[in-house]
Design a protein around this ligand. Sequence first.
Ligand SMILES: Cc1cc2nc3c(=O)[nH]c(=O)nc-3n(C[C@H](O)[C@H](O)[C@H](O)COP(=O)(O)OP(=O)(O)OC[C@H]3O[C@@H](n4cnc5c(N)ncnc54)[C@H](O)[C@@H]3O)c2cc1C
Length: 430
Amino acid sequence: MVVGAGVAGLLAACALHRDHAEVVVVERDPLRPGASAFRPGAPQGRHIHGLLIRGARVVETLLPGIREQMRCSGAPVFDMGLATVLCNRGERVGPYATGMELQLFSRRFFEDHLRRRVLELPGVRLMDGVTVNGLLPGASGRVAGVRTRHGPVPAELVVDAAGRSSRTGRWLREFGCQVPADELVDAGAAYATVWLDEPCELPAAGRIVYEFGQFADRGAGGGIALLEDDRPLLMLFGRAGNRPPTDPEGFTAFARDLDNPHLHRYAAAAKHLPVHRYAHMPNRRRPYERARDWPAGLLVAGDAMCVFNPVYGQGMTVAALQAETIARHAPALARDPAAAFAVQRELAARTRLPWLIATSLDSRWTGTPGARQRLIGAGLARMLDRCGDSRHLYTSFFRAQHLVAPLGLLHPGALWTLARPTGGDRHEHT
Ligand SMILES: Cc1cc2nc3c(=O)[nH]c(=O)nc-3n(C[C@H](O)[C@H](O)[C@H](O)COP(=O)(O)OP(=O)(O)OC[C@H]3O[C@@H](n4cnc5c(N)ncnc54)[C@H](O)[C@@H]3O)c2cc1C
């Protein structure tokens, strides 16, 4: 059984289906096919949801052909270095051909495609409109299913993918399981998003304009993205309590202060449209891998175990990496639910690098940065600031950020560019 039909839950169901006769996905929101409203169980769906390139590759291995299906439904695939108009205070960085293929879509579009594909898999069933409100204890302290308002639902294995509102930490106390305190790194980040209602022409036939220039000093930035069917979305973000306002004047002024003419122009044109804000976005890890007396038959994945500041776009990719791990261990989990704790430790391991990247880059704004995090954060911020100086540094930086080849940042070519004075080999542009 999987609790939650978000990205993590759907991918976990996919990972388990081959080795379990039946996989039931229990979701509290009613999920009518074709329903168009944003659903209350995933309020973050109103905001941009970029799937990192590593995540897209893993999803494609779990559900072959899904990228092409989404392309045919209106989400083009493009070279991220050419179609991303990456700006440093309004001035374009690059472009460079990177060979890294990106696809942009709304979270709703992605989730709809995932859900359709996963529910077509043999043995996978959705129980929607049902809220899980506890874990069912079984023999020898194991988890034997879940409690719902409609009665208990037994299961050999329960995967909690209920997102950031997961209550497993509390429910585990009933099982005599002790979990160390959460790790929290809060940069005080906030998003504000407007879905534009007019077609949007981005410079250089770009599909995304992304401004990071204020990143270094104020922690603020923003972007415009053309999602499926060229649907434009404008988002602004800030850190350290520097929240983008939701009133039209404040929103436009915030965009103007980013010194990016595209963001300012479209923010000013969107004065009649509602601004949606998401304001509490700390990095938070629940260290289940260090729990004592973990019960057999339980896994926790996705945001239910680790949430990231979404500015780095890592959450769905981590969910995909964890699904990859669950798929690898699905036969062992089917044979012996007591294998769950060893798998839980591996799920935690998949969060380690993204956690290091997010908390290091955020360390400047958290008030309690560790020395290691501060050093890595300063190095990454410098690379971002200099990534326009050479194709090598640009590609290395984004291959790392997209979790494709993180160690490439230590390549001598990348380090050499960093060591030189600003300017670099801009003639390398494609
Ligand atoms: C503002 C914002 C922007 C983001 N942008 C990005 C981005 O650009 N890229 C990216 O990769 N990630 C992004 N994320 C993170 C991303 O949303 C998640 O990491 C990712 O969707 C995985 O979430 P999940 O499936 O674990 O949880 P969720 O998406 O929250 O899904 C949990 C599901 O469980 C259901 N549920 C909850 N409780 C119960 C219960 N008791 N019983 C039954 N069902 C229940 C909910 O209704 C929901 O459907 C963003 C997050 C935020 C807040």
